[in-house]
Ligand binder design. Structure first.
Ligand SMILES: *Cc1c(COP(=O)(O)O)cnc(C)c1O
Ligand SMILES: [Zn+2]
Length: 423
């Protein structure tokens, strides 16, 4: 680990004069600081580096009260926002999976239980609040589906116009249904997710729209609350903090958000650096630029022009938050793994048999944990939380494919009994 990488873990710097109410933006590459709400910016004016939100005061556990994302307002730029409400998701026990994988403890944080069925709601409640602050009228995102569902719901609720760009033919049915019913204008782009993001990024640069992809640093503030909730729930129910958090990776926004959560808790004294969970990212083999960068020990990802996986939510070849997420994986002692679509489907079935219904991308976390356990990277005594990011019903076609075949029977009781082989 080099000296510069280690210093990344610490949050340093005095409150600059450009801060508003103790909040400012800081470039992760060159350290330049910017006022948070004066003008819209997504990257550094000087070097195009990613921005992160900084605070003059960082909270500890006693500063939190209430339920859901806004329980953590002391760690957020505002005290409230358009809320449906989101967060406070279950931390499931999965005893059969725990023994079949073979770890000390295994809990599943099911983010599919958010209002629109994915963790994106946590980011949107904060992102849309910021949009209101900036006085913008039109919100937009590129999406593999779930961001569009969340933006459509939260944007409409706030009375704002919403525009979503989706890769044509590559978005699960439930997600399009949501975006459309909640009122977004949907543009189906002839290209993949990364193309959609390029285009919406151009529109945002021209001031045509306010961008609510995870490039927007405020969205990650909302998603940071996943980490706060996991640590509190696990500590209260298991008596310790988890050793490892395993999560699916697309644009690596969540990986970046969890890392920021840990850094802030360590800086405020709420968490010992030795208690920081190992961040472990999982991608599908057909879309694994983060895994490649970790394996080849590179500071940046290489853009994969062509990506393919049935886990459409993580079908991404150019993870925009990689410069924030790669140090997070490395500094916490975590790693990254790639899994085959068949392994994802098997994990989706296993979770579903324990009553936890998740979409394919979410099941990648379980599939990745199994792989890493088999390789001996994860040890048998580890206490692990797997993040499942979206609900089973998001992708009904995948669910039907992973499930049992319906059997055709006659419309009579004797006919049904006969079919079942009952005497
Ligand atoms: C958005 C999404 C992901 C990817 O999350 P990132 O923060 O972009 O890495 C994974 N799973 C589901 C279900 C998603 O909607
Ligand atoms: Zn910069």
């Amino acid at each position: 680990m080099s000296g510069t990488e280690r210093s990344h873990f610490e949050l340093h710097g005095e409150e600059p004069t450009c801060s508003t109410g103790g909040v400012w933006l800081s470039c992760i590459a060159c350290g330049e600081q910017f006022p948070p709400f004066e003008t819209v910016r997504y990257v550094c004016d000087d070097c195009d580096g990613l921005l992160e939100v900084r605070y003059a005061d960082l909270p500890t556990w006693n500063d939190f009260e209430g339920r859901g994302v806004w329980r953590y307002d002391a760690a957020l730029p505002f005290e409230s926002g358009v809320s449906l409400p989101e967060g406070a998701t279950p931390l499931h026990d999965v005893p059969r999976l725990k023994s079949s994988i073979g770890v000390g403890r295994l809990r599943v944080k099911h983010e599919g239980m958010n209002p629109t069925g994915s963790f994106k709601d946590r980011g949107m409640t904060v992102g849309v609040r910021v949009a209101e602050q900036m006085g913008v009228e039109r919100l937009a995102c590129a999406s593999t589906g779930n961001t569009s569902a969340a933006l459509s719901a939260y944007g409409s609720r706030a009375g704002l116009e919403t525009l979503v760009l989706l890769p044509q033919g590559k978005v699960a049915a439930g997600k399009i249904a949501q975006a459309s019913c909640h009122g977004a204008r949907i543009l189906e782009v002839d290209g993949n997710f990364d193309t959609c993001l390029d285009i919406v990024g151009d529109l945002a640069d021209r001031g045509d729209v306010y961008l609510l992809n995870s490039l927007n640093p405020f969205r990650l503030e909302g998603q940071k609350t996943i980490g706060l909730e996991i640590l509190e729930q696990f500590r209260d129910e298991e008596g310790s903090y988890p050793d490892r958090i395993v999560l699916p990776v697309g644009n690596a926004g969540n990986t970046a958000a969890l890392y920021k959560c840990f850094r802030e808790l360590v800086a405020s004294g709420a968490l010992e650096s030795s208690d920081v969970p190992k961040l472990t990212g999982v991608q599908a083999e057909g879309a694994a630029p983060m895994v490649e960068a970790i394996e080849e020990n590179r500071a940046e990802t290489r853009r994969w022009e062509s990506v393919e996986t049935s886990a459409t939510a993580i079908r991404i070849g150019n993870p925009v938050n990689a410069p924030k997420a790669l140090p997070g994986i490395r500094e916490t002692g975590g790693t990254a793994a790639a899994v085959a679509d068949e392994e994802i489907q098997a994990a989706q079935q296993e979770l579903a048999r324990e009553g936890v219904g998740v979409e394919p991308a979410s099941a990648a976390s379980i599939a990745g944990l199994r792989t890493l356990r088999e390789e001996g990277v994860v040890t048998e005594d580890e206490e692990v939380v797997c993040l499942t990011t979206g609900h089973l019903l998001k992708d009904p076609d995948a669910a039907v494919e992973a499930g049992t075949e319906p059997e055709t029977v006659p419309g009579t009781t004797p006919g049904v009994r006969d079919h079942l082989g009952l005497e």
